[in-house]
Design a protein around this ligand. Structure first.
Ligand code: C5P
Length: 236
């Protein structure tokens, strides 16, 4: 899917980082038609949130399962085969070559798209060095992006500041999904590489993942609508 084919309102993906499926469903009800795409990650999945994938699909919503898989190839492949039957649109795996290859094999011809997580957006060069890497964030992101493309991965999760340079590396065939999005003036939390929605889209991002600025807002629906407006304006 090229950038122009994505409906503007589908570009906002709200991270349902909530402690229970009940609280998540309350949030989904509150957000109503302001949000069409949800991300379910560790917190909700391990609190019994996986059945929400089917429930959201029944309500016409799309789901990004942010499980960041990473294991031996056979285990990843079989896990992704099971996940392919749940009805999710996106699934993340860490962008290690063996893991990505197995995930592409596991998704087969299902509707599930695999996204490779290049380098977590809470990491900077110092964090990589502390983890034993001898190269910095930008070099590692680029190397992993090239490997992902060669292996047939559908898209990448990257920091918004990397979207522009990644477009040059992978062209327009791969989907770029960027967390680390903050409307102007919003608290950054633990994110170290952030951008506003408009600037991230201009840099080449296809989808924007936003969690705390919406789910922790006093009025989540108003916060989501404000971001939808910013997205619509950025695309005109
Ligand atoms: O609350 P906030 O907007 O920072 O949430 C960002 C979401 O995106 C979180 O669910 C986080 O796990 C996820 N994410 C990220 N960086 C990545 C991949 C996913 O922040 N590289």
């Amino acid at each position: 899917m090229t950038q122009a084919e994505i409906a503007p309102r589908d570009r906002l993906i709200v991270a349902l980082d909530l402690p229970s499926p009940e609280l998540a469903e309350t949030m989904i009800d509150r957000l109503g038609d302001s949000v069409t795409f949800y991300k379910i990650g560790y917190r909700l999945t391990y609190a019994g949130g996986l059945p929400l994938v089917g429930k959201l699909a029944d309500r016409g919503k799309k789901v990004f399962l942010d499980l960041k898989l990473h294991d031996i190839g056979n285990t990843v492949m079989q896990g992704v085969q099971s996940i392919g039957k749940l009805g999710a649109t996106f699934l993340t795996v860490h962008a290690y070559p063996q893991t990505m290859k197995a995930a592409v094999e596991g998704r087969g011809a299902s509707a599930l798209k695999i996204l490779g997580v290049t380098v977590l957006t809470s990491y900077n060069d110092d964090d990589l060095h502390a983890a034993g890497y001898r190269i910095g964030v930008s070099e590692l992101v680029e190397a992993r992006a090239q490997q992902a493309q060669v292996l047939g991965v559908d898209g990448l999760v990257c920091a918004p500041e990397e979207a522009g340079s990644l477009r040059k590396v992978v062209g327009h065939q791969m989907t770029l999904v960027t967390p680390g999005i903050r409307p102007a003036g919003a608290p950054t939390g633990d994110q170290k590489r952030i951008m506003t929605p408009g600037r991230a889209l201009a840099a080449g991002a296809d989808y924007l993942v936003v969690g705390r600025p919406i789910i922790e807002a006093t009025d989540p629906k108003a916060a989501a609508e404000a971001i939808q407006t910013e997205i619509a304006q950025a695309l005109t």
